[in-house]
Design a protein around this ligand. Structure first.
Ligand SMILES: [Fe+2]
Ligand SMILES: [Fe+2]
Length: 214
């Protein structure tokens, strides 16, 4: 482990990856080699990370646009989007301090493949799927941040990820809870299992670039 118990660095102790992983709905763990790659390429990781935060904020707001009559959803996703904007600002601040470039729009084949599973016009399942997609994005992000925390030494990044990992964990749980309103619990779990298996299939081919979902 990077920091020993009782360290005097002033940095938070990392939560053991296995403990966090056990709470997540993922079926394929990210290899430690991905974290080592990301830690060795922090400018690339953070540039990509900033875009992820920006895009999840926009995605959350798009849900408010799809479902304006769902007051609870609108309130929750608006709050989530505000939080993601704060995450975006924190990542941008580190990039700017160091003179590292902010990435612009880029391909995220993992997210793109997931999103293509959402079929419009088949409610209630379209709405459920939009929320389950959000749940998986948050869960995988939480997992990757926790994985990276195990190996990264950079103080600013440690502080950033120590806050963001638990936040993304709350977010996947929120998306899943919103998806399950008015849906039979077993049917929801079965639906989500399909998503989880599909995502695991994608994840098996990943872990080879320093991007958040690469
Ligand atoms: Fe975030
Ligand atoms: Fe999030």
């Amino acid at each position: 482990m990077r920091r020993s118990a009782g360290n005097d660095s002033g940095l938070p102790e990392p939560i053991p990856f296995a403990e966090v992983y056990a709470t997540l709905p993922l079926l394929h763990p990210t290899p430690r080699s991905w974290a080592e790659l990301a830690a060795a390429n922090l400018p690339e990781f953070l540039a990509d990370h900033a875009v992820c935060e920006q895009q999840v904020a926009m995605y959350a707001l798009s849900l408010a646009g799809y479902y304006p009559d769902d007051a609870e959803l609108v309130e929750r996703v608006a709050a989530l989007a505000a939080e993601e904007v704060q995450h975006f600002r924190r990542v941008v601040a580190i990039l700017n301090q160091r003179g590292w470039p902010l990435g612009g729009r880029r391909k995220n084949p993992w997210a793109q493949s997931l999103r293509e599973r959402i079929v419009p016009g088949r409610d209630p399942w379209t709405k459920v799927d939009r929320l389950l997609f959000g749940a998986l994005v948050e869960a995988r992000s939480c997992e990757r941040f926790t994985r990276l925390l195990e190996v990264v030494e950079d103080r600013d990044v440690v502080l950033l990820l120590s806050d963001l990992g638990p936040a993304e964990r709350r977010h996947w749980e929120l998306f899943y809870r919103l998806a399950g309103r008015g849906i039979d619990a077993e049917a929801l779990a079965a639906r989500f299992l399909g998503w989880r298996e599909f995502e695991a299939g994608l994840a098996r081919g990943l872990g080879v670039s320093p991007a958040v979902h690469g």
